[in-house]
Design a protein around this ligand. Structure first.
Ligand SMILES: CC(C)(COP(=O)(O)OP(=O)(O)OC[C@H]1O[C@@H](n2cnc3c(N)ncnc32)[C@H](O)[C@@H]1OP(=O)(O)O)[C@@H](O)C(=O)NCCC(=O)NCCS
Length: 159
């Protein structure tokens, strides 16, 4: 029995890609391990959240939790941590695109915006130009200035 999920950024891109494929998300433009926070139960990768930092704006992407580990607060904790890290690195606003997780992201404070009003830096990413369907919803929220964290643990029992 595993009693907690550990969130950190120690991972390999192959692991992240395998999880994204299992969750139906694109992997073509994934390159930088450092841009991911991940959730692990023991050695198993349960979830990921990626962040592309583009000056004062950030693109939250590749948010995925393995089906076996969903509805335990893992994605929320991963997104909170990714956004907090972006804030410590100077981001003031976070953006994302999603095809069917709008309700989840609304719970994190994101609101839909017109795709045309996305900043040029975000519109220039591969996610926007090539990977996300035109039907995907663009969403945005503010990133508050935040302190360094001592690490995050999610109280989630093993299924
Ligand atoms: C969307 C996804 C990341 C959510 O992961 P999760 O770990 O199950 O989410 P959490 O447990 O942290 O949920 C946080 C809150 O959002 C809600 N929520 C989770 N998934 C939801 C969904 N699909 N629709 C509506 N609400 C959802 C939860 O009920 C929870 O609310 P609560 O705290 O009031 O109970 C996961 O379903 C997934 O990997 N989907 C496939 C990939 C994808 O679509 N990613 C998003 C686009 S990048």
């Amino acid at each position: 029995m595993i009693s907690a999920i550990r969130i950190d950024s120690a991972t390999t891109l192959d692991e992240v890609k395998a999880l994204l494929v299992a969750c139906g998300l694109p992997t073509e433009d994934i390159r930088d391990e450092g841009a991911f926070v991940v959730a692990r139960a023991g050695t198993q990768l349960c979830g990921t959240a990626g962040m592309e930092l583009l000056g004062a704006v950030a693109l939250l992407r590749s948010v995925a939790v393995h089906p076996r580990w969903r509805r335990k607060g893992i994605a929320r904790a991963l997104c909170d941590e990714a956004i907090r890290r972006a804030g410590t690195m100077g981001a003031r606003r976070a953006f994302l695109l999603t095809t069917d997780a709008q309700a989840f992201f609304r719970q994190l404070g994101f609101a839909p915006i017109e795709r045309a009003s996305l900043p040029a830096e975000i519109r220039g990413t591969a996610q926007l130009r090539e990977l996300c369907p035109a039907s995907a919803t663009a969403m945005a929220r503010a990133v508050s200035r935040s302190r360094a964290s001592a690490g995050t643990r999610v109280g989630a029992g093993c299924p």
